[in-house]
Design a protein around this ligand. Structure first.
Ligand SMILES: NC(=O)C1=CN([C@@H]2O[C@H](COP(=O)(O)OP(=O)(O)OC[C@H]3O[C@@H](n4cnc5c(N)ncnc54)[C@H](OP(=O)(O)O)[C@@H]3O)[C@@H](O)[C@H]2O)C=CC1
Ligand SMILES: O=C(O)C1=N[C@H](C(=O)O)C[C@H](O)C1
Length: 233
């Protein structure tokens, strides 16, 4: 498979390693304006760039009929626009706030726990995420997905960065500590006890492997998919 890497930073380099190990070829390593690159021999593009570039990168690929995977966070106000374009152009697209298998299992655990906790009025939920100090966005895309999944199954209607007094808002605390690849913890607290679930990435390998597996999965497809489709969970 010929892969174009849109973004060649920490994740782009990790994805390159995994892709080469799996027998793929990297044909572009793009860190600036995508428009000047030739996409004729690209089978799939993988975007791990920056929030302000993701929309242009993704839409460019869709218009060029190149399937595209995006893990970039912090651009989701334009997600619906991308989906509409992808459907109109009969393109292929997967976004995931987190591509690691472990976190996708954690997402399922979060939903299951939220459904059970929705019956219990005495507990308050909060989310904590910890990432390296170079991260541009807060809260993390993963924390937003976790909050949205909780909202779908409980009476919470919103999330808020930092603490909140509103009973229907989920507080998300974002901490920045050097070199932390990504830690997420969900805690339900009552006066009697605490229930918590946690995922802690030890490195970026899981994110990269998930992105390459998603790229392999989508290469001859049309449509908008998620990691639930890729992992069949
Ligand atoms: N979904 C997931 O599983 C994961 C998502 N992420 C997300 O992926 C994104 C990238 O993370 P990370 O690799 O750590 O960040 P980095 O800052 O290390 O890499 C981002 C890269 O994008 C480049 N870039 C800047 N402008 C453009 C452009 N117009 N087109 C393409 N590339 C551009 C930057 O180049 P330069 O430095 O020259 O400006 C840099 O090399 C973040 O949004 C992060 O949150 C991260 C890990 C997992
Ligand atoms: O920026 C990162 O590093 C990460 N970003 C993603 C996010 O915002 O959720 C995923 C992962 O936690 C690492």
């Amino acid at each position: 498979m010929n892969i174009a890497l849109l973004g060649y930073g920490r994740m782009g380099k990790e994805i390159e390693k995994v892709a080469l190990q799996r027998g793929h070829t990297i044909v572009h390593k793009i860190s600036s304006d995508i428009a000047s690159y030739d996409f004729t021999n690209v089978d799939v593009a993988i975007d791990f760039s920056i929030p302000s570039a993701a929309f242009q990168n993704i839409t460019h690929c869709i218009k060029q009929q190149v399937p595209v995977i995006s893990g970039t966070t912090g651009w989701l106000e334009k997600y619906d626009e991308v989906i509409a374009l992808c459907e109109a152009e009969k393109g292929a697209f997967i976004y995931a706030s987190n591509f690691s298998l472990g976190v996708n299992i954690f997402f399922e655990m979060n939903t299951y726990l939220a459904k059970m906790m929705s019956q219990l009025e005495d507990y308050n939920v909060d989310i904590e995420e910890i990432h390296h100090t170079k991260k541009l966005d807060a809260p993390s895309g993963t924390a937003i997905t976790l909050a949205e999944d909780i909202m779908q199954h409980t009476d919470y209607t919103n999330w808020k960065l930092d603490k909140t007094e509103a009973a229907d808002e989920i507080p998300i605390v974002a901490k920045r500590i050097p070199d932390v690849p990504g830690t997420h913890e969900i805690t339900y607290t009552s006066s009697i006890d605490t229930i918590a679930i946690k995922h802690e990435a030890h490195n970026r390998q899981g994110f990269a492997l998930g992105a390459v597996v998603a790229a392999e999965w989508i290469q001859n497809s049309v449509g908008v998919y998620t990691m639930k489709d890729v992992l069949n969970i």
